[in-house]
Each structure stands twice: as structure tokens, then as C-alpha cells.
Ligand binder design. Sequence first.
Ligand code: T5A
Length: 233
Amino acid sequence: MSEGRLHLRAISERGSFITLEGGEGAGKSTQIGHLLVNLREAGIEAIGTREPGGSPGAEILRKVLLSGSVARLGPAAEAILFSAARIDHIDKTIKPALAAGTFVVSDRFADSTRAYQGARGQLDPRFLRALERITLDDVRPDLTLILDLPVAEGLARAAARRRAGEAPDRFEREDLPFHESLRAAFLSIAAAEPRRCIVIDAAGAEEEVAQAIFEAVSNRLIVPAVVKQVRHG
Ligand code: T5A
């Protein structure tokens, strides 16, 4: 361990909660791998998790949600089921890790419900806001990184990643206007909540994007914590 290595667990009782959001194939899973390595190298305990899923109960719901069989129940039922999975994820994985002082990095979270289930404009925004309030309770991300890239590029990446014979999932099968509306929705969330969200240009090379992400995390979460530590001894 280098001399400058910091143990943020000693600084704060609670860990920080980071979410990565964006459209299909934006590179979230790839970048979470890099971010976890970078955080751990900086001496910060961190776990990676994902939605839908991230806890045994929520992983069961993930299979159902991505199969597309819930879609026929309509967007409200789909939003409720994503939220049910989220409640289990929060209770079983996110809250205990944060309470232990661990950083939690989640591949998607509540902004995905806002963007995906809100994409066609079929749901009353008040319904989505109420559902989010009930689901999250007091668990809100400290930082959300929105990975942005042209829709065609993201879909091409997602298609290239699929194994031979593997079918696109329920959301990858949606049309281009749907995916364009997702991109716009994520950018509008970022514009509305600049203290929480940072837009990352995800079109660059993997390592460049990883660097931009770690800089953002350092500037928003790590440097302020270090300054606080120095001030308070
Ligand atoms: N959903 C989810 C909702 O509708 N509502 C909700 O509330 C929630 C939580 C989840 C689906 O559920 C929906 C959204 C999703 O459609 P998923 O299988 O978990 O489905 O898929 P996604 O989250 O969409 O993630 P993907 O697996 O599609 O993409 P990622 O994780 O963003 O991208 P990644 O890292 O797998 O990269 C894709 C490919 O691109 C390459 C990678 O090597 C990989 O092959 N790549 C790059 N190539 C070039 N340059 C780079 N910089 C690259 N970075 C990665």
C-alpha cells in the first residue's frame, strides 16, 4: 500500500453510492470493472452490483423482466416489478454495504425506470415519482455517471457482444425512436440534477472513458473526503 493510500471507511461511517446509467451497450459493465480496480487501488473498499438484480430475490425477477413476459402487462406493472426488484436489492445488498463503509457501484438504478418505463410517455410522471419515493426511501445515489453515446453505436456494441444464436432481450428489441428517447431522457435527468449527475462521453476508447470516470469520482467523492479528513485531522 502506498503512503498516500486512504481509507475512506475511517473518514465516513457510510460508504458512497455510485450509479452508472445509459442506453444499451453504453459500456457500463465494462467501466464498472475499471472503476472497481481504480477504487481498490486507491485503498477504497468497493463492490459492484447491477439492476435488475443484485440480490438473490431480485435476480429471479431479472429473468422474468428481461424475458419480455411482463411487457404484456403494460408499463405500470413493469415499473412496479422493476421497483420490487430494487427494494430487495436495496435491503439485501446496497444498505448493508453502505452501512459497513463500502462504496457501492451499481450498473443501473432508479434513473433506468424513469427513462425506460417512462420512454413512451404512457405513464403519468406523478406515478413514476411516487413509485420512486416509496421504493428508494432514503437510499439515493451520491453520484450518477450517465454514459452517453450515439444510439446506433450503443446498439452495434450490444449486438457485437451477443453470443452466436443469442437473441436480443426485451429492450434491445425496441425500435430506434424508443432508444433515442432513452438517450434524451438520461440527458434531461443529468441537466435537471447536476449536483448528482455527470455526463460521460462514452464514445471514446475504453481506457479514455475509464479515466474520465475515475476523475469524476475522485473530484466529486474522494477529494472532498480527503480535504475533510485533513481539516479534521
Ligand atoms: N431496465 C433496467 C429497465 O427497463 N428499467 C429498469 O429500472 C432497469 C434497472 C437490463 C435491461 O433492463 C432495462 C434496461 C436494460 O435494457 P442488461 O442485460 O443488464 O439489461 O443490459 P444493459 O444494462 O443495457 O447493459 P448492456 O449489457 O447492454 O451494456 P453495457 O453494460 O452498458 O455495456 P458493456 O460494458 O457490456 O459493453 C457492451 C460491448 O461494448 C464493448 C464491450 O466490450 C462489449 O462488447 N465496449 C466498447 N467497445 C468500444 N469502445 C468502448 N469504449 C467500449 N466499452 C465497451
